[in-house]
Design a protein around this ligand. Structure first.
Ligand SMILES: [Zn+2]
Length: 196
């Protein structure tokens, strides 16, 4: 006997969202959530060390059941994400706060093999349907991809006068890990599937 599940996707945990239930809901429903930016652990190495703890990530997700002629309807998910992460400017090495806001569309398919084939030829991202889909991990994946590889101010704040820059500071900056290597590593980890 199966355990009864909540019929209202809005009340579900963002780590266990059923995309099909969300798409089938009438009237249409939206999953709305937010979490501290620092709770997205795969991002924290890329952020400014003194990232404000109050900075948040907000997201909204809507499902859609799209009719298909002569076939079963497709399950879609439309995701919007907003956040203002602070990163290190690669030009002046000071903090730069970005205004990130983006939307993504996903189509769910039954299995990994279908997803791999169809993702290559589809404009939308193709994901494997699971009843307990981890929406928060998807938000984290998308934030990782959305962060600029070389964060920069549009116009950097006035440069520090040369006399204030000391050799030790320059030396300690040179010893920090290459942010590109860190990002590449995180992106690779992201490809292994959502972190649980
Ligand atoms: Zn700058």
């Amino acid at each position: 006997m199966s355990i009864p599940r909540t019929s209202d996707p809005r009340t579900s945990d963002p780590r266990t969202v059923d995309p099909r239930a969300l798409a089938q809901a009438t009237p249409a429903q939206e999953v709305v959530g937010h979490a501290p930016l620092l709770a997205f652990h795969r991002l924290t190495d890329l952020l400014w060390p003194d990232q404000a703890a109050s900075a948040e990530v907000h997201w909204q997700a809507q499902g859609e059941l799209r009719p298909v002629t002569g076939g079963a309807p497709q399950t879609w998910l439309h995701l919007s994400v907003q956040s203002q992460p602070t990163l290190r400017c690669e030009r002046c090495l000071g903090p730069v706060t970005l205004d990130l806001a983006f939307e993504r569309d996903y189509r769910f398919v039954a299995d990994e093999a279908t997803a791999e084939i169809e993702d290559e030829v589809s404009e939308e991202d193709v994901l494997v349907w699971q009843r307990d889909f981890d929406l928060q991990a998807l938000v984290e994946d998308e934030l990782l991809m959305a962060l600029p590889v070389v964060p920069k101010h549009g116009v950097c704040p006035e440069a520090v006068p040369f006399s204030v820059v000391d050799e030790d500071f320059i030396q300690s900056e040179a010893e920090k890990p290459n942010p590109f290597a860190v990002l590449a590593q995180l992106k690779n980890e992201g490809k292994k599937g959502p972190a649980k």
